[in-house]
Design a protein. Structure first.
Length: 95
């Protein structure tokens, strides 16, 4: 586990989103390793989609959607999706 608690919390959210998608029938989904300047999102395995998962105390919809769009462009896919954690709630209740 990371020594940075915020990074560790974000990683847990990414893993939870990948598991949720797998359980929902998207059986090829997986958490992508961080990619630096070539980052293509946080979740892989769904064609034409780039996922940007965010687990933060303060969420910025416009920033998160813009980041998801940027990941979609880098991945050369049609859709960027921001998946934001709702505090004290289950994965299925995220935004």
């Amino acid at each position: 586990m990371s020594s940075n608690p915020n990074k560790a919390r974000g990683t847990r959210w990414e893993v939870a989103v990948a598991k949720y998608l797998n359980d929902a029938g998207f059986t090829e989904t997986f958490r992508l390793a961080p990619g630096g300047e070539h980052d293509a999102g946080d979740i892989g395995g769904i064609v034409d989609f780039a996922f940007e998962c965010r687990e933060r105390a303060k969420l910025s919809l416009s920033e998160n959607v813009a980041d998801a769009r940027d990941r979609a462009l880098k991945k050369n896919c049609k859709y960027g999706v921001a998946v934001m954690k709702k505090r004290n709630s289950a994965t299925a209740d995220g935004y």
